[in-house]
Design a protein around this ligand. Structure first.
Ligand SMILES: [Zn+2]
Length: 237
């Protein structure tokens, strides 16, 4: 960048910095978050004066949460965990593809660096991604159409069961459960988790489905290990 352009950029930044808050829709929208942040940081410090200094030095969560990106399903909030207690990766439809480097890198870090003991795949009923896997025309060009193919594969594996369920909403909700179960096995069969179990690590993979209507979680499956090619499964619904 030339000096002249650099001066122009600096001038633009200065103008933005001097722009008083609450004058544009952008600043109004974000200012509320900054105000909330001040209140939250102060009240947290009032309750626990060492909270931030403790977290600043180390995070040692016991849980890794793979959840849907849906704004109604915030991981910490719905299971009552504070910052520092759960490592989180969220994506559309709470999927754990082995080809998803983001999810697999988070899983690797969670298991090998953080030493978490529980991986939780959490879906939710009435999930838009799952509904799209049933209703969205496959010729749709949007990227989400590619992304939900894994859920379509689950749908196709359970065609007979889903066909017997009356009503689209009920079919979507059952596919939400089946998708979570599939993603749990994707996590369980990942090299990171298989190697951890080989080392004798205490590690369980849980499948949750959350109800946005009631705020309650249903446990669909827990996988605790793999022995001679057989899964050690606690519950399946
Ligand atoms: Zn969703």
């Amino acid at each position: 960048m030339s000096k002249h352009n650099g001066d122009k950029a600096a001038a633009a930044l200065l103008t933005l910095a001097n722009d008083p808050p609450h004058t544009t829709w952008q600043s109004r929208g974000v200012q509320r978050l900054l105000d909330n942040n001040l209140i939250w940081a102060q009240s947290t410090t009032d309750t626990d004066p060492d909270f931030f200094s403790r977290l600043a030095h180390q995070q040692s969560p016991e849980y890794f949460w793979i959840g849907c990106a849906d704004s109604r399903v915030p991981a910490n909030q719905i299971v009552g965990l504070a910052p520092g207690e759960v490592f989180v990766q969220r994506n559309v439809g709470n999927q754990a593809h082995h080809s998803d480097l983001n999810c697999m890198a988070c899983l690797e870090y969670a298991v090998t660096a953080l030493g978490i003991k529980h991986v939780i795949v959490s879906g939710h009923y009435n999930c838009g991604a799952v509904r799209a896997a049933i209703c969205m025309p496959q010729k749709t060009e949007a990227l989400v159409n590619y992304w939900i193919q894994g859920i379509r594969d689950v749908r196709d594996e359970h065609t007979d069961e889903l066909a017997q369920i009356r009503g689209l909403s009920a079919r979507v909700d059952r596919l939400c459960e089946l998708n979570v179960i599939r993603q749990v096995f994707n996590v369980a069969s990942s090299p990171v988790v298989q190697a951890a179990w080989d080392r004798g690590a205490e590690l369980a993979i849980h499948g949750f489905v959350y109800s946005v209507d009631t705020g309650l979680i249903k446990v669909c499956i827990v996988v605790r290990g793999c022995c001679e090619g057989l899964w050690v499964v606690v519950v399946v619904v």
